[in-house]
Design a protein around this ligand. Structure first.
Ligand SMILES: *Cc1c(COP(=O)(O)O)cnc(C)c1O
Length: 235
């Protein structure tokens, strides 16, 4: 089932690219495996799936330890500073940088491990009260500051769009984030390489791709519904 779902999503990614004349190679499909067992991840390995997303540092660390070392682990969820140490040498990218304090912690841990961590800035593009992320108008100053951290590489923007019935409702938010992305790219800030735009989930990834996403994060569409319970959401 997982393999069929994955192929279907990949096909839709390609179709979305076609509709707007984009090269599908510009878009990375991240299989969001949070809460799902390692056995399901293994099913996807023969499909050459390399990119997986997790939102709990402990879970990322455990899966990293059990699976082939060449997989790419994306840290997509809100990250607490005291948990950075679990994933600093395991994640290929942190999608959820949203505070200077977190940037400082990533800098310290990355320096210890002598590595450079690619980070995306999380933007609350729809200005939802319940969401993490910077306001759009804060992003340029924030990136200018983070660009001074030698062991971080600002690589783009990320957003979690509102939960909506009709994905078309999110098109405006994706478009707004894309425009911000292009604006920042055009500023050519030193030590900033705006190459990744992480937006779109199961419900709305096709619209996100039409609006310029270079990374889509799909969980339910590949692995099925998650059984949420108090344990899973506990930090
Ligand atoms: C869970 C999660 C996803 C995947 O959500 P689906 O709706 O299951 O595709 C994507 N991004 C983030 C940040 C998540 O936490």
């Amino acid at each position: 089932m997982v393999v069929e779902n994955y192929r279907d999503v990949l096909h839709r990614v390609e179709e979305s690219c076609k509709r707007v004349d984009r090269d599908p190679r510009e878009v990375t499909l991240i299989a969001v495996s949070k809460t799902k067992p390692i056995s399901m991840i293994r099913e996807l390995l023969p499909e050459h799936v390399m990119d997986f997303g997790e939102n709990k540092p402990q879970e990322l660390k455990e899966k990293y330890g059990e699976l082939p070392s060449d997989l790419h682990w994306h840290m997509i969820g809100h990250l607490q500073r005291n948990k950075v140490k679990y994933i600093i040498d395991k994640a290929c990218m942190i999608h959820s940088l949203d505070s200077i304090r977190l940037a400082q912690t990533i800098q310290t841990e990355a320096e210890k491990h002598r590595l450079i961590m690619p980070v995306l800035i999380e933007v609350n593009i729809a200005e939802e009260e319940s969401k993490f992320g910077l306001h759009a108008e804060e992003v340029v100053d924030f990136i200018t500051e983070v660009s001074q951290y030698p062991n971080l590489k600002v690589s783009g923007l990320m957003t979690i769009a509102p939960f909506v019935e009709n994905p078309e409702e999110n098109r405006i938010h994706f478009r707004n984030l894309y425009n911000l992305f292009v604006d920042i790219k055009g500023r050519n800030i030193d030590n900033v390489d705006m190459c990744s735009l992480s937006m779109g989930m199961t419900n709305d990834y096709e619209v996100a791709i039409e609006e310029g996403a270079t990374m889509v994060r799909v969980g339910t569409g590949i692995f099925g519904e998650r059984a949420y319970n108090a344990l899973v959401d506990a930090e």
